[in-house]
Design a protein around this ligand. Structure first.
Ligand SMILES: [Zn+2]
Length: 343
């Protein structure tokens, strides 16, 4: 086989010279086809609801800069920022960029950040809850890496935040992080959190969120005392998601014997747990107002006359092979079900 090295070399040299000429004339305008999706994210935020995909810290800086410059007449109220694939290995997002969001989007009410690395060795760049816009009533940080100690350390008053989602972003096993007071938080999604092994962390959460109505602990490492903690410290909770955890019949039986109750509980998810008919029978007495429960269809069987035992409880049996069965820190995805910010 004969290779025409001279022709190939000529072509390569022409390409190189052409490329250098372009770079010389337009330093920031030589863009390969692969980078076009990122460029889309460089335009100013101008719509009420914006979704940015494949965001890097530098592309977010350009978006914020453009938005500040444009002074849009239609300020963004809902913003979804999704990181690039494998963003964990890339440059982290800094506190400064998060802080500048408030100035760029003074009317921001809902902010969702997914797949972003927010963990840095530089202390002054670390992100805390206090860096987020005070206008937010919903904040979601999902599938991201955060430095938990700094993130939760805040003297800030979260007056406006009603919904907080930190799904699969919290690991408090190696820190002594404490939960800050959140007087008005009503919905808290902590699925996939690691570190509930000691009950202290859950206890500070329940004490510091006195208005909590919805609590998602699915796929986390909650211990057997967690249910009793909720009954004792957060009796106002109406919706509890405990799927993909180690909750068992004995936890409900014990509560019944101790005459503890979850009087306000209306909805409970026990998908992919070992809770059986026996646990449900105790549950009916522990949570007399319960109306909807999702259970593992393999462990809760149909009875001869379920109405006698469970009326007026609506039981949904699920036997689907959920990815959480393999990666147990994935719950049912209740946050996304309740709050559709993605479109
Ligand atoms: Zn669930």
């Amino acid at each position: 086989m004969k290779l025409d090295i001279g022709t190939d070399l000529n072509q390569w040299m022409r390409k190189l010279i052409h490329s250098r000429k372009l770079k010389g004339n337009h330093p920031n305008r030589v863009v390969s086809d692969e980078k076009k999706p990122t460029l889309r994210a460089h335009s100013a935020l101008s719509q009420d609801h914006e979704v940015l995909n494949d965001v890097t810290p530098s592309s977010l800086r350009l978006v914020i800069h453009s938005t500040l410059k444009a002074q849009s007449a239609e300020p963004t109220q809902v913003l979804v920022i999704r990181g690039e694939h494998n963003s964990f290995e890339k440059k982290p997002l800094s506190a400064h960029k998060v802080k500048s969001l408030e100035k760029a989007c003074p009317s921001l009410r809902q902010l969702a950040i997914e797949d972003i690395n927010m963990s840095t060795n530089q202390r002054r760049k670390r992100i805390s809850l206090a860096h987020f816009p005070t206008t937010l009533c919903l904040l979601s940080i999902r599938d991201s890496i955060i430095e938990v100690g700094t993130f939760l350390k805040s003297s800030h008053d979260f007056y406006n935040i009603r919904v907080l989602d930190l799904g699969r972003s919290l690991d408090v096993r190696k820190t002594d992080a404490a939960w800050p007071p959140m007087a008005n938080v009503e919905e808290l999604y902590l699925d996939g959190t690691q570190g509930f092994g000691s009950a202290d962390f859950l206890q500070t959460i329940l004490v510091n969120c006195p208005l909590l109505k919805v609590l998602d602990l699915e796929g986390s490492d909650i211990g057997p005392e967690s249910l009793e903690l909720v009954a004792r410290l957060a009796p106002q909770v109406e919706t509890l998601y405990l799927g993909f955890t180690g909750i068992q019949d004995i936890n409900f039986i014990h509560m019944e014997r101790q005459k503890m109750n979850l009087r306000c509980l209306l909805t409970l998810c026990l998908a992919d747990t070992q809770v059986s008919n026996c646990g449900l029978e105790s549950l009916r007495k522990v949570a007399p107002n319960l109306r909807n429960v999702t259970v593992n269809g393999f462990t809760v069987t149909h009875t001869e006359n379920p109405e006698d035992v469970f009326l007026p409880l609506r039981i949904r049996r699920t036997c689907n092979v959920h990815i959480g069965a393999v990666f147990r820190n994935h719950g049912c995805g209740h946050f996304k079900e309740a709050h559709r910010l993605q479109s």
